[in-house]
Design a protein around this ligand. Structure first.
Ligand code: PMP
Length: 400
């Protein structure tokens, strides 16, 4: 069933079972599939050919970049670099940091935003948005030299939304920059570099209803243009001489998009961004919040399941992601039963956020879940109240 506010472009394709693992990979929507289908019979190389196929493909690729720039609220001069995914985008940014930059991160991050940084100051995961802002303020105030604060937009474990505007203001007050890992926020809410006054944003197409293989790093051009190319090779080089090392690197996105780019991935992602820009996202969000309330209230009535939260279950704004501690049970075994017996897909474990999950799995009542982790339910476009009820019914049978 699609929402009245949602065009058919955003219908998910290939339904057939209850998929509640959108945070790992969301299903593909119609407009992305159509964009790929339309391009298959006529694509050619991007930025490397004189023929009509090549010309049309170059145009489509650059159109996709322009749409993504609009989708992410890029300012004049910001760059949009196509990458493979969020992990790739954040690794690119890590490689582009000016020498001596300290990166400040919280332990609540996904590993993709915890591990790439060459010189990192790790702060304990905060227990409220205000504490996050205060901790960032202290850490950035204490340091000397260039700094980058990098933070998730919405937690891939709890779905809680981080105080991005406030963190951006703190970073800038101390002369630092801020990067937003929007892998989980962008599928659920508008993310704007200009609106947040953020410096960089990273996302993955496969979590944003496009198929695999394309992600984005968008933001300030200066660090990117000054950095060594992420992938040395054709496309990244403007001129190559006869001696080793005799090379002039391209500037702009091409500098970091060495090799033949992923045209289909970029175009599919651009098509989703265009469709979302045309959609009433506030209405989508309202529907998602209804489903979230239904899920969370149902979970409260379940025996043996405790919703985990970083910022406190009552207050925090969140997207359609909820993780449960199941004291005394193996969440991986419960997830397997949900799949095998009920045809319901969720995820269990530590979700590439080991420090955070270890901490959250030790909530009162959740003690003992430790290394086994949590059970995560996540949803988005195409999810219905029937899906949520099926999950709650199945969990009631398995945990009762
Ligand atoms: N950041 C967050 C918050 C995520 O949830 C994920 C994926 N689970 C990533 C980064 C990494 O995304 P990808 O695997 O697409 O690189």
């Amino acid at each position: 069933m699609s929402l009245a506010v949602q065009t058919a472009d955003l219908d998910v394709i290939g339904a057939g079972f209850v998929h509640l693992d959108y945070a790992a990979t969301a299903p593909c929507v119609r407009v992305a599939a159509d964009a790929v289908q339309a391009l298959l019979p006529r694509y050619g190389s991007v930025h490397r050919g004189a023929g009509p196929r090549s010309q049309a493909s170059t145009l489509e690729y650059e159109r996709a970049r322009a749409v993504v720039a609009t989708f992410l609220g890029c300012r004049p001069g910001d760059q949009v670099v196509f990458t493979r995914n969020t992990t790739d985008a954040l690794n690119l940014l890590a490689r582009a940091l000016p020498p001596g930059t300290t990166t400040v991160v919280f332990d609540g991050e996904h590993h993709a935003n915890l591990l790439p940084w060459p010189s990192v100051l790790r702060l304990p995961a905060p227990s409220s948005p205000a504490e996050a802002v205060a901790a960032a303020d202290r850490a950035l105030g204490d340091r000397t030299g260039p700094a980058l604060l990098t933070v998730t937009g919405a937690s891939n474990v709890t779905g809680e939304v981080w105080p991005l505007r406030e963190l951006a203001a703190v970073a800038h007050r101390h002369g630092a920059r801020i990067a937003v890992d929007a892998a989980q926020l962008a599928p659920h809410a508008p993310v704007s570099l200009a609106g947040l006054d953020a410096d960089y944003v990273a996302l993955s197409g496969h979590k944003l209803y496009a198929p695999f293989g394309a992600g984005v790093l968008a933001g300030r051009a200066d660090w990117l243009d000054a950095a060594p190319p992420y992938l040395a090779g054709g496309g990244a080089s403007a001129w190559v001489g006869d001696r080793a090392g005799d090379v002039r690197w391209a500037t702009g996105p091409a500098r970091h998009e060495g090799g033949t780019p992923n045209l289909l991935g970029a175009v599919a992602l651009g098509a989703v961004c265009a469709a979302l820009l045309e959609t009433d996202r506030a209405a989508l969000r309202a529907h998602e919040q209804e489903l979230l309330t239904r899920l969370r209230e149902g979970v409260r009535r379940l025996p043996g399941a405790v919703e985990v939260s970083l910022f406190g279950t009552r207050t925090a704004e969140r997207v359609g992601i909820v993780s449960l501690a199941l004291p005394g049970r193996d969440p991986v075994a419960v997830a397997a039963r949900l799949a095998d017996t009920f045809g319901i897909g969720v995820r269990a474990g530590q979700f590439c956020a080991h420090p955070l999950v270890r901490r959250l799995a030790s909530v009162p009542g959740g003690a003992g879940c430790g290394e086994a982790g949590l059970l995560r339910v996540s949803f988005g476009l195409g999810t219905t109240s029937d899906d949520i009820d099926s999950l709650l019914g199945a969990l009631g049978l398995l945990l009762g």
